[in-house]
Design a protein around this ligand. Sequence first.
Ligand code: PXL
Length: 266
Amino acid sequence: MTIYRALTIAGSAARGGAGIQADIKTFQERDVFGMSAITAIVAPHPITRSGIFPQSIEAIEAQYYTAVNDIGIDALKTGMLFSEEVILRVAELLEEKKFENLVVDPVIIGKMGSQLLKDDAVNAMKEKLFPLAKMITPNMPEAAKLLNILELKSINDMKEAAIELHKLGPHYVLIKGGRLKGPAIDILYDGNTFEMFEAERIDTINTNGAGCTYSAAITAELAKGKSVHEAVKIAKDFITVAIRHSLSFKDQVGPTNHSAYRKYNH
Ligand code: PXL
């Protein structure tokens, strides 16, 4: 039996619903062997107020090479990379050995408002990482930030943004319409045609880690050799059910439910 393997290069979210934790849970749920290279630890300290603890370049390299050399990789994704220095090094590593199935989730700002990518790192992400990606998966605010525009408001804005982002080099651009009014419509663009993936809008605030989970599900399906169309279709179902059954702890913005697709979808 073939075991498919996926790596996430991202931040560790101590709350358990986003970042590395969301990715690994999702890989497991989609029957893919998950590995991690942690770029930073995200955990708000109640007294010192520090919330982001970056890992050294050496530590990131060590984790990456361990995954590549000891296990092997069928697909990988990047999430929170935090600094220009990390982006440049990760891009170098991914140039050194190229992977067809690279999903770049351009994590910039978390749902709780924390800045997960420094402002001066946005250009490095666009110039060095996007050209290596099979797919980039910005949400609407991220797409706006990447293109230096104020806001995306409509499907038409999303389509125009997808065309501009595609020029930066990824094979596919998936803009996630979580912030639209009405149904949650995502736009996939391959440089030629647009494809829409639509799901009902679920009225909940508990969507912490939704973006991470969605892109991890896409990565897992690509690891198994699924087409981009199939991977996004399955991942869209996965995240929709995970949001429908999202979790609520202690009045915070809660996480999506990573086991919901397995438990409730069939
Ligand atoms: O959901 C965005 C995200 C990504 N990565 C890490 C996070 C978050 C949001 O909480 O903590 C590590």
